[in-house]
Design a protein around this ligand. Structure first.
Ligand code: A3D
Length: 320
């Protein structure tokens, strides 16, 4: 049986970490693609040289040619530019939309059967644009945000309760970032929902609200500390978890930006919801009942995603 092939489009901070993790976990052979000459080649060589010490078998290649991603089983996309001072969200959107167009064409030509995970921001709009540009079936194109948002939430909760992170589960919905919706009643410690833990005096409602807000601001907190970039270790680990579920047909239940087709009363839009990821890509979208305040938060989040997608349509009307 041939090894799986993982193509990473964008060999920056996240792309390099993805390659390293994919090697360490022996997910398959790895191709790093980037327009910056030398960067993907240098990172591929560096990681390949670590394989002797770590003891993993994987071929690594850095490239500027889309032909090298031919036949990839998984493609993870981080290509794009970050927002710089003085740049509006629409400016960023316009640049990264062009990138998604190029990347989508490359995937359509060389890896049309791949499972594609988009990480480029603004996530919920970029994953929509990438699906449109690539023309791949929507069940094969998803966005990574929910696994990261929920892993941040789990980390803060495990710290607050002083328990193993393995026993903390968290549930988040909605778009990535400010409007994300952490669902406390579906988040648990060993099956005990957070509201019950407040009643049991493990924490206070006020503390819990602060943790929810810190989770929403999780990306900005790291940008503030790093100053020259954004988070990359946890985003990469999160995307690898999704790729692993696809490649091994694990059917993990993971939150992700997924294409909705009537679920939650929405169509033709990508929003963060729990999905089952298996060998067929998005195998199921899980629709849960929301109470009034959860629904209000979810609607607000969806409105902000719709705004971004409308801006994409305005900038690139041919996208659909
Ligand atoms: P960075 O280290 O800048 O890497 C981006 C790479 O993309 C660079 O090496 C560029 O050379 C490359 N690139 C630019 N244009 C193209 C192109 N047309 N084709 C191929 N490669 C290109 O960024 P990063 O790795 O830190 O972050 C990557 C993306 O992920 C950014 O858009 C971030 O905003 C986003 N991000 C998302 C999350 C989510 O949770 C959704 C979290 C963290 C970062």
């Amino acid at each position: 049986m041939a090894r799986n092939k993982i193509a990473l489009i964008g060999a920056g901070q996240i792309g390099g970490t993805l390659a390293h993790l994919a090697g360490l976990k022996e997910l398959g052979d790895i191709v790093l693609f980037d327009i910056a000459e030398g960067t993907p080649q240098g990172k591929a060589l560096d990681i390949a040289q670590s394989s002797a010490v770590e003891g993993f078998d994987a071929k690594l290649k850095g490239t500027q040619s889309y032909a090298d991603i031919e036949g990839a089983d998984v493609v993870i996309v981080t290509a794009g530019v970050p927002r710089k001072p003085g740049m509006s969200r629409d400016d960023l959107l316009e640049i990264n939309l062009k990138v998604m167009n190029q990347v989508g064409a490359g995937i359509a030509k060389y890896a049309p059967d791949a499972f594609v995970i988009c990480i480029t921001n603004p996530l919920d709009a970029m994953v929509w644009a990438l699906q449109q540009a690539s023309g791949l079936p929507s069940r094969k194109v998803v966005g990574m945000a929910g696994v990261l948002d929920s892993s941040r939430f789990r980390h803060f909760l495990a710290e607050e309760f002083d328990v193993s992170i393995e026993d903390v589960t968290a549930f988040v919905l909605g778009g990535h970032g400010d409007t994300m919706v952490p669902l406390t009643r579906y988040s648990t410690v060993a099956g005990i929902p957070l509201p019950d833990l407040v009643k049991m005096k493990w924490t206070t409602q006020e503390k819990l609200d602060q943790i929810v807000q810190r989770t929403r601001d999780g990306g900005a907190e790291i940008v503030g500390l790093l100053k020259t970039g954004s988070a990359f270790y946890a985003p990469a680990a999160s995307a690898i978890e999704m790729a692993d579920s696809y490649l091994k047909d694990k059917k993990r239940v993971l939150p992700a930006a997924a294409p909705l087709n009537g679920e939650y009363g929405l169509k033709d839009i990508y929003v963060g919801v729990p999905i089952v990821i298996g060998a067929n890509g998005v195998e199921r979208v899980i629709e849960i009942e929301l109470d009034q305040s959860e629904k209000a938060m979810f609607d607000k989040s969806v409105e902000s995603v719709k705004g971004l997608v409308e801006a994409c349509r305005r900038i690139a009307p041919d996208l659909g």
